[in-house]
Design a protein around this ligand. Structure first.
Ligand SMILES: [Zn+2]
Length: 194
């Protein structure tokens, strides 16, 4: 009986709150911006899943900042790699462990309150985008390869998504300004991949 009363009171308060929130004016701009924490649609960075491209290499373990990274492997170099979301290239170059790498920031114009970064490593080094290029799902940003020490000589794409409440460019997006502090935590993109 007491429980029912509390529930009734809760419903009345909730109804009042809803009435107040509906009465608030909503500008066109704020209505178009997803709320904090909304998760965007991530596409697979390689096509042909299930047609010879395997999902993760059992012998390569990911730890620390790479905890949620995914390795896509294939027997040959050269499969096209696509950005997981539209965005802007904030770093492209060679890093000793990641090899030829592209880092993309999604988005940079406050469409989302939370920023996402995606990382594509061990690329071949050909057909790479230019720094600050705007990219979308229609054009590859590189080819699957085995560059870098972390590639272990195995052809695979090391793919990861990180999130941050702040905007970072360059390798700072991966390593932080000190080179050792990870400023953007790993994000478990697996369940949001489509
Ligand atoms: Zn990896």
């Amino acid at each position: 009986m007491k429980k029912a009363s509390v529930s009734s009171l809760f419903v009345v308060v909730l109804t009042m709150l809803l009435a107040i929130s509906v009465a608030q004016p909503v500008s066109a701009q704020s209505a178009s911006i997803p709320s904090m924490g909304s998760i965007p649609y991530f596409r697979y960075p390689v096509t042909g899943i299930g047609e010879g491209v395997s999902y993760e290499i059992g012998s390569l373990k990911h730890t620390g900042p790479d905890l949620y990274a995914i390795d896509f492997s294939y027997k040959y170099e050269g499969i096209d790699v696509y950005p997981t979301l539209p965005g802007r290239v904030v770093w492209v170059g060679y890093e000793k462990d990641y090899g030829w790498t592209v880092v993309i920031r999604h988005w940079d114009d406050n469409k989302w309150d939370k920023k996402y970064y995606s990382i594509y490593a061990h690329l071949t080094g050909s057909n790479l985008p230019k720094l600050w290029d705007i990219v979308d799902g229609t054009r590859p940003i590189g080819k699957m390869g085995k560059s870098g020490n972390g590639g272990n000589g195995v052809v695979h794409l090391h793919f990861a998504v990180r999130s941050s409440d702040k905007v970072y460019d360059g390798l700072t997006a991966l390593y932080g300004k000190s080179g050792s502090v990870i400023v953007t935590p790993a994000f478990n993109v697996r369940k949001y991949l489509h």
